[in-house]
Design a protein around this ligand. Structure first.
Ligand code: ADP
Length: 513
């Protein structure tokens, strides 16, 4: 083989090697002529353009670039052809055959044949994915920065020593300072001494990974000296594994705290008033109890001696004197009943009424009471019908049950016009005995029915006041009946009123006791 032929073979082999390197390079490579038309492009380049070699070779770069990138490429091309230096690499935006936009970083150099420039050789790097990620990062950062800056509540970051790294607009407004005044300043500059101790303890615990009572309440001092209360929640700020400080948010709770303090103050005042009221009520009850006892003794003695005079035990008296004594007796009985009611109310205030339970016959109690009140009823021409049949004995307090029946009959006579009728009926069922007292009186309006058993309650208006009374009788009746484990209720219509009492029979039937 001649030397010339060997050299020619070597050149062919070398060309084939470089062509292979060019064709199969991982990065896109191309050659442009001086007018900007493709002379060559490798496989990676074709992949980017999404086109066949025949479609690219001979086409002008303007077909594959956006107008901005075309302008940039032409500037670079012109500079390189004229031998000027230019910044490399440049970033260009490619539009491939499918219309997709891709970004490449391109480095170019001129190809010359002796002094004559024949074209441009370019190597590109696809940076589409990198740019997309950078863009996403920027957008995400902007989004979070916007959330941080424009949140309604103050948000902050502190370094591990408690110096401000950042504070959002709401925080700056609260402190009344600018970002420059704040960044780098220590938290202690903006809170009271006492709050600083709490804050530093909380920061220390947080940084050591201990759990802290969340949120921490701090008293803040703004730049104009105004004190406000904030509720702070924080968590650790990390970069990789390194702790950089704390970030968190605060809420202005000044108004809430002011209301809480006011509420506490009201509560204390109310508590004091309540205690004073309880004490005043205790003194009143004691006074009523003492004074009524004091009244009862002389009244009993007045009644006793009047009875002696009336019965003529101490000598004969005239009819005129007897009538006067009757009036004294009636009124002293009325007074004694009133005093006893007051005593009962006083003892109800302290406790329950005193009771002495024994076997009692309701029929007897009712008959006896009717008999006692007969003269009073007759004075108004009122007829009392007694429909009482023999009943089993029950456990009860004779005196107290008499007091109940007296009260009901007394009211019935009081609220029934002349010539009216009062009917007392007693019956029994398996567990209870029931007593009803019905009158043909003025009746009770339906809306008043639930209240007539309340202490001191009397139906309003001149009508009921003209009947006198204290409004205590029915409340005492109710207490007595309830202490007998029974119930009392009233019902009324335009014909009059009925009071119903239910009393439980003893578990073992004591009929005939
Ligand atoms: P007092 O009779 O001393 O006023 P009570 O507690 O016995 O007090 O009764 C409360 C009120 O219930 C009475 O003032 C009256 O208005 C009403 N009342 C009670 N019994 C009757 C009745 N038989 N008819 C009409 N109203 C009645």
């Amino acid at each position: 083989m001649t030397e010339k032929r060997r050299l020619k073979l070597e050149i062919i082999e070398s060309e084939a090697r470089y062509k292979d390197l060019f064709e199969n390079a991982g990065e896109p490579m191309y050659i442009l002529d001086t007018s900007g038309c493709f002379q060559a492009i490798n496989k990676a380049g074709l992949r980017i353009l999404g086109a066949e070699k025949e479609e690219v070779i001979g086409s002008h770069i303007s077909r594959w670039l956006t107008p901005e990138s075309l302008k940039l490429s032409q500037e670079v091309l012109e500079k390189q052809i004229s031998g000027e230096r230019c910044e490399q690499p440049v970033v260009i935006e490619v539009i491939n055959k499918n219309g997709e936009h891709l970004w490449g970083e391109i480095a170019t150099r001129v190809i010359s044949d002796g002094d004559r420039i024949t074209g441009i050789h370019g190597i590109a790097r696809d940076i589409t994915e990198k740019l997309r990620l950078e863009q996403e990062l920027l957008e995400s950062e902007a989004k979070y920065r916007d959330l941080f800056e424009n949140a309604d509540d103050p948000m902050f970051t502190l370094d591990t020593n408690g110096n401000f790294l950042a504070l959002n607009n709401a925080g700056l407004r609260l402190l009344g300072c600018t970002r420059n005044e704040l960044i780098g300043s220590h938290l202690s500059k903006w809170i009271t001494l006492e709050s600083n101790v709490n804050a530093m303890n909380a920061i220390k615990k947080r940084l050591m990974g201990e759990s802290i009572e969340s949120p921490t309440i701090l008293e803040m001092v703004s730049s104009n000296g105004e004190h406000r209360w904030i509720e702070v929640r924080s968590s650790i700020l990390k970069e990789g594994n390194a702790i950089k400080g704390l970030h968190g948010n605060a809420r202005d709770v000044t108004e809430k705290r002011r209301l809480e303090l006011q509420l506490k103050d009201y509560h204390e005042k109310l508590q004091r008033s309540y205690e004073e009221l309880i004490e005043a009520d205790r003194i009143k009850t004691e006074f009523v109890s003492n004074i009524t006892h004091e009244l009862l003794t002389p009244m009993t003695s007045i009644k006793g001696f009047t009875e002696l005079l009336y019965d003529e035990t101490t000598g004969k008296i005239s009819n005129e004197q007897k009538k006067s004594l009757e009036i004294i007796l009636r009124n002293s009985e009325r007074l004694i009943r009133l005093i006893k009611d007051l005593l009962d109310v006083a003892s109800l205030d302290k406790n329950k009424l005193s009771m002495k339970f024994e076997c009692v016959q309701m029929t007897e109690i009712i008959s006896k009471t009717i008999q006692d009140l007969q003269p009073h009823a007759m004075s108004k021409g009122i007829r009392i019908i007694n429909k009482v049949a023999p009943l089993p004995a029950i456990l009860g307090d004779d005196g107290r049950l008499t007091q109940v029946i007296t009260n009901l009959l007394f009211n019935a006579i009081k609220f029934t016009p002349e010539k009216g009728t009062i009917t007392v009926i007693v019956s029994e069922n398996t567990n209870n005995i029931s007593i009803s007292v019905t009158d043909t009186g003025i009746g009770i309006p339906e809306n008043e029915l639930p209240r007539i058993f309340d202490r001191f309650y009397q139906i309003d208006g001149s009508d009921s006041r003209k009947y006198g009374g204290t409004g205590l009788g029915l409340s005492i009746c109710k207490s007595i009946i309830e202490q007998h484990y029974g119930s009392i209720k009233a019902q009324s219509d335009c014909n009059g009123s009925t009071f119903h009492i239910m009393l439980p029979k003893p578990a073992n039937n004591t009929k005939g006791v």
